[in-house]
Design a protein around this ligand. Sequence first.
Ligand code: FES
Length: 141
Amino acid sequence: MERSEFLKKMGIGAAFALTATCLGGCAVENVAPETPGANGTVDFTLDLTAASNANLANTGGYVIVNNSVVVGRANDGSYVAATRTCSHEPRKEVRLRNDEWYCTAHGARFGLNGGGLNGNGRNGLKIYNTELNGNMLRVFA
Ligand code: FES
């Protein structure tokens, strides 16, 4: 085998290896639509009398909807909602903690208004609106 032929074959092999490695290891988490709906918009309603939403009966409680949105009960009794996907890295680990949004991955902290409270939270967090109608809580963008 000629040297140039060998290098040519190795180049193809190396390029394939790099591509295969990056496809498997460099891909970010598959970020699903932020909603139970198919169109990618957030607009859903929670029945607060449902057992699955019992955590919202008390301040500090929260529920996760479709692994995309976290809905919580702030210390003042209001309902708050935010994306579950952190702005530090696209990991879905945001939850309510100590009356602020907190990412368990690397400790990013966000105020209830989405503003960053520390270095990992500096890019802020997407917040959703909430609207209470009787026992029905609407969450929407
Ligand atoms: S992914 Fe949330 S703090 Fe890093």
